[in-house]
Design a protein around this ligand. Structure first.
Ligand code: ZN
Length: 187
């Protein structure tokens, strides 16, 4: 097991569509274990493979405030169906962060409910119906697999705040990463 470096906004793998997983082998298992260890170390509630530089359709979560799924899990080749989001600007409790845009948080309206269908490490299909923050995590991580960061979805004035943060931090260019446990940042 290993803690992996997390790439930062601007690294190309974060901004392109990830490829499906076709081999359910030991290498995949090791990657997922490392992603889970990295999520705990960060700490974060979820992590997608592109965030550790791997352009594959995989995400993990570490979120135990729900009874619809194990607190730690992995979704491989996921499909996500969501309910329409409520119109309007985000509420105060809708501030999101991202380990690839570390240390910053911005408000984003998301759908309240999501249905996830994905494969596990053995290639078996499963479904999880999530609501609230768990549904938000699924939407955030699923976006990563389609080359989208949550900051790409922000609306004014949060979009402006994210642009300023990116400039201030010198992000938005290739080659930047941080290592949980060594660099003192959090998402
Ligand atoms: Zn993220």
């Amino acid at each position: 097991m290993a803690i992996l470096p997390i790439v930062i906004c601007g690294e190309p793998v974060l901004h392109r569509v990830a490829e499906p997983v076709t081999e359910f082998d030991a290498q995949l298992r090791t990657l997922v274990e490392d992603m889970q260890e990295t999520t705990v170390a960060a700490p974060g509630v979820g992590l997608a493979a592109p965030q550790v530089g791997v352009g594959k359709r995989i995400f993990v979560w570490d979120y135990d405030d729900q009874d619809v799924a194990p607190a730690q899990g992995v979704a491989i080749n996921p499909v996500l169906w969501i309910t329409p989001s409520q119109p309007g600007l985000p509420d105060d409790d809708e501030f999101e962060g991202c380990l690839s845009f570390p240390g910053e948080r911005f408000g984003l309206r998301r759908s309240e409910r999501a249905l996830l269908r994905a494969q596990d490490l053995d290639g078996e299909f499963f479904e999880i119906e999530a609501s609230g923050w768990f549904a938000r995590i699924f939407q955030h991580e699923y976006d990563h697999l389609n080359g989208l960061l949550y900051v790409d979805r922000l609306v004014h004035p949060d979009s402006r705040g994210a642009q300023k943060a990116q400039r201030k931090n010198g992000w938005g260019v290739p080659g930047l990463s941080w290592l949980p446990g060594e660099d003192n940042l959090e998402g």
